[in-house]
Ligand binder design. Structure first.
Ligand code: HEC
Length: 116
């Protein structure tokens, strides 16, 4: 109908291109990814952990403040943190999060260190 001109383009719900989130290792993109995945569902509203969670464990992510971006990415991909501790695989969705790309992980790191 559009090609036949029967449907005026200006009446379409999305009349033009939609600007996407600018992708990159930025605080803004990291916040977007963190909200999308819901890191705070398990790690607490300000990622400081806490007790008011549905799941039994609610670890703080304050340790991330002491990690550089390489260590943070390495932790999420190898499930071993910079202290050499093998992390519990039960609850944290490592498999999925470890497969985020470099910009997504670096964005998460930038976002976390901006307020942790
Ligand atoms: C379903 C619950 C859940 C979600 C969602 C979740 N985590 Fe976790 N996460 C955990 C648990 C439980 C641990 C503790 C593992 C341990 O200490 O052995 C953990 C540990 C971590 C650690 C290691 C902390 C340390 O002590 O070294 C990092 C980093 C981390 N999570 C980042 C994230 C990020 C980033 C997200 C969102 C993209 C996220 N988590 C989402 C449950 C979750």
């Amino acid at each position: 109908m559009i090609t036949l001109g029967m449907l005026p383009l200006k009446d379409l719900p999305v009349p033009g291109p939609v600007a996407s989130k600018s992708i990159g290792p930025t605080v803004e993109y990291g916040r977007y990814i963190a909200n999308l995945i819901g890191c705070s569902e398990c790690h607490g509203k300000d990622l400081s952990g806490g007790a008011e969670k549905l799941s039994p464990k609610r670890p703080t992510l304050r340790v991330v403040k002491g990690c550089n971006v390489e260590q943070f990415v390495e932790t999420l991909r190898t499930v071993v943190n910079p202290t050499g501790r093998a992390l519990d695989k039960e609850e944290m969705p490592w498999d999925f999060i470890g497969r985020l790309n470099d910009d997504e992980l670096a964005g998460l790191h930038a976002y976390f260190v901006s307020f942790l």
